[in-house]
Design a protein around this ligand. Structure first.
Ligand code: G6P
Ligand code: ZN
Length: 543
C-alpha cells in the first residue's frame, strides 16, 4: 500500500453549477476527470489531517466506482476518518444530517439529483461544508480555480473497501466506517415528529403510497414509514435504488410521477400519496384528485407547524425563493413573523437558517425543508404531512381547502420551455429587461402593473448581493408573472414562466388552475413574445 502522485492536466468546464459539478457519466469516466475534481476539493480544504469526512450518493451508475476512488484519495490526503453509507448510499438530506450529527468537517455527495441515470445518463459531485449545507460560491469558485491549474493528484493504491458490510476498516492510516445510511436520519425524524400518533394513524387502517421512483429515498421511506411507523408492506413502491432509476425520470411532479397521480385519481385511491426525487431532497404531496402545489405545501406546513413536536415552540421565520407563491407570506403575516424572499437555489437559505432568522424554507420546485439540516428534505416533508394528518384527523384535501378558506388561495403554475435556443432566450430576456421601466402603470385587461423589475437580493446576514435573479411583473392586486432562465438545465436554455393569482373568495377556490391563470398567461406572452421568439407553441412541461 503506497500513496502515488499521478501527473495530470486540467479539464475544461469543471466549474460547479447550482448544485455541484454535473456532467454526463461518459465525461466522468475519462481517466483523471473525477480525480482532478476531487484533488481540487482537497486542495481547497487545506489541511484534512485528523478530520472526518462524510461520503455517499444516490446509487446511480458510477456511484460505487467514484466512492472507491474518493476513499483512496482521502487516504492519500491524510483524512482521519470517512463515514460512508452502506452500498455507497446516502441521500442528500442524510449527508447533511450525518455531517452535523458527527461534527464532520464536510461531506461529498454523489448525485445528479433528478437528472436521468445509467451509462448514458448524468453523474454529479457536490461538496457540503460543516454546517451540512452546499458549499458557498467562494468555495466552489476556489475548487474551480484549482481544477484549472493542477498538475498532479495524490491517491493510494490500496483497496477496494467492502462497502456492503457495516463496520470499520482501514485504508492506509485512514479509518473507513461503513454506516447504516438510514439510522442517523431516522433518529432525527423521530425527534421532530410524533411517531406514536402516526403509528396509531396507520393502526386505524390509513392508506398511503410513497413512490421512491427507484431512487435513493426508497430505503429511507421503507425503514421509517413501513418499519418504524407500521404502514403495511407495499406502502412504499419503487423502493429499490437502481443504477438507472429503472429508466424513470425521478423528478416528483405530476408529469414525471404520472403513475402515482393516476392512482390518486382512481377509484381505489389511497388516502395520501407522496414521492421524492433521485437524491431524496424533493417531495410531492398528493391527495385524492389533488396534487398539492409546493408553494401551498410550504404555507400549510408553516401554518400548522406547532402540531409537530420539533416545531412545538413555533417558528422564527419563513423563507421562500422569489418565484415561489406568496401563500407563505400570508401565513407569516398572520403569525407575526418574517418571510424572506431569496433567489432560486437552496444555498441562499443557509445564512438565514444559521442566523436563526428562518425555521422553514421552501421552493416552488418541489423543495421544502427546515433548520433541522441544511438541505431540502423529501422524506421530512412527507412525515410533516403525516404528522398533520394524524394530529388533525383530516384528509389532505380537507387540510388544503381549509387553508385556502382561511388565507385565500394563490393559484399558481409554472410553464417550462425546455431546450430552446440559448441565444433566442438570452435576447428575449435582454429585450424584456429594457421594457421593464415602461411597464409600470400599464393596464392589461383587469390587471394594472404596479412594479416591474429584475430581482436583486441582498443577503441580510453577510450583505452579499445577487443581481438578475428573475424578471418580475407585479400587479396591483398582488398577482405576478415571473420569467427567468433555469440554472440547472443541461441542453440549450430552459425558460421558466411562473404565474400567480390570489383569490380570497372561497366560492372561487375550485377553478381549474390554468383557467384561473389564463389572463396572466396571455399577458406574459404579450409582453415577452416568448412563443414567437422561441418558435414554441406551448410549454414542454406545466406544473
Ligand atoms: C435545484 C435547486 C433548487 C432549484 C431547482 C430549480 O433543485 O437545488 O434550489 O429551485 O434546482 O432551479 P432552476 O434554476 O432550474 O429553476
Ligand atoms: Zn434532488
Amino acid at each position: 500500500m503506497t500513496i502515488q502522485t499521478v501527473a495530470t492536466t486540467p479539464f475544461a468546464g469543471q466549474r460547479p453549477g447550482t448544485s455541484g459539478l454535473r456532467k454526463k457519466v461518459t465525461e466522468f469516466q475519462q481517466p483523471g476527470y473525477l480525480e482532478n475534481f476531487v484533488e481540487a476539493i482537497f486542495l481547497t480544504l487545506g489541511e484534512a489531517r485528523g478530520r472526518t469526512l462524510v461520503l455517499g450518493g444516490d446509487g446511480r451508475f458510477f456511484n460505487r466506482n467514484a466512492i472507491q476512488t474518493i476513499l483512496r484519495m482521502a487516504a492519500a490526503h491524510k483524512v482521519a476518518k470517512v463515514l460512508v453509507g452502506r452500498g455507497g448510499i446516502l441521500s442528500t438530506p442524510a449527508v447533511s444530517c450525518v455531517i452535523r450529527k458527527h461534527g464532520a468537517f464536510g461531506g461529498i455527495v454523489l448525485s445528479a439529483s433528478h437528472n436521468p441515470g445509467g451509462p448514458d445518463g448524468d453523474f454529479g459531485i457536490k461538496y457540503n461544508i460543516e454546517n451540512g449545507g452546499p458549499a458557498p460560491e467562494k468555495i466552489t469558485e476556489a475548487i474551480f480555480a484549482h481544477t484549472q491549474v493542477l498538475t498532479e493528484y495524490r491517491i493510494s493504491d490500496a483497496g477496494p473497501v467492502d462497502l456492503d458490510r457495516i463496520g470499520s476498516t482501514r485504508l492506509e492510516e485512514m479509518a473507513v466506517e461503513v454506516i447504516d445510511p438510514v439510522a442517523d436520519y431516522a433518529e432525527l425524524m423521530g425527534r421532530l415528529f410524533d411517531f406514536d400518533a402516526i403509528r396509531a394513524l396507520f393502526g386505524r387502517g390509513f392508506t398511503m403510497r410513497f413512490d421512491g421512483m427507484s431512487a435513493v429515498s426508497g430505503p429511507y421511506a421503507k425503514a421509517i414509514i413501513e418499519g418504524m411507523l407500521g404502514a403495511p408492506a407495499g406502502t412504499v413502491i419503487n423502493a429499490e435504488p437502481m443504477e438507472d432509476f429503472g429508466g424513470h425520470h425521478p423528478d416528483p411532479n405530476p408529469v414525471n410521477a404520472a403513475e402515482l397521480v393516476a392512482l390518486m385519481n382512481g377509484a381505489d385511491a389511497p388516502e395520501f400519496g407522496a414521492a421524492s426525487d433521485g437524491d431524496g431532497d424533493r417531495n410531492m404531496i398528493v391527495g385524492r384528485n389533488l396534487a398539492v402545489a409546493p408553494s401551498d405545501s410550504l404555507a400549510i406546513i408553516a401554518a400548522n407547524a406547532t402540531l409537530a413536536p420539533g416545531y412545538r415552540d413555533g417558528i422564527r421565520g419563513i423563507a421562500r425563493s422569489m418565484p415561489t407563491s406568496q401563500a407563505a407570506d400570508r401565513v407569516a403575516a398572520a403569525l407575526g413573523i418574517s418571510c424572506f424572499e431569496t433567489p432560486t437555489g437552496w444555498k441562499y437559505f443557509g445564512n438565514l437558517l444559521d442566523a436563526n432568522l428562518a425555521t422553514l424554507c421552501g421552493e416552488e420546485s418541489y423543495g421544502t425543508g427546515s433548520n433541522h439540516i441544511r438541505e431540502k428534505d423529501g422524506v421530512w416533508a412527507v412525515l410533516f404531512w403525516l404528522n398533520l394528518i394524524a394530529a388533525t384527523g383530516k384528509s389532505v384535501n380537507q387540510i388544503v381547502e381549509e387553508h385556502w378558506a382561511r388565507f385565500g388561495r394563490n393559484y399558481y403554475s409554472r410553464h417550462d420551455y425546455e431546450a430552446v435556443d440559448a441565444h433566442a432566450a438570452d435576447r428575449m430576456m435582454v429585450d424584456l429587461r429594457a421594457k421593464l421601466e415602461s411597464l409600470a402603470g400599464q393596464t392589461f385587461g383587469e390587471f394594472r402593473v404596479s412594479q416591474a423589475d429584475d430581482f436583486v437580493y441582498t443577503d441580510p446576514v453577510d450583505k452579499s448581493v445577487a443581481t438578475r435573479q428573475g424578471i418580475r411583473i407585479i400587479m396591483t392586486d398582488g398577482s405576478r408573472i415571473v420569467l427567468r432562465l433555469s440554472g440547472t438545465g443541461t441542453e440549450g436554455a430552459t425558460v421558466r414562466v411562473y404565474l400567480e393569482r390570489y383569490e380570497a373568495d372561497p366560492s372561487r377556490h375550485n377553478l381549474d388552475t390554468q383557467e384561473a391563470l389564463a389572463p396572466l398567461i396571455a399577458i406574459a406572452e404579450q409582453v415577452s413574445e416568448l412563443k414567437q421568439r422561441t418558435g414554441r407553441t406551448e410549454p414542454s412541461v406545466i406544473t
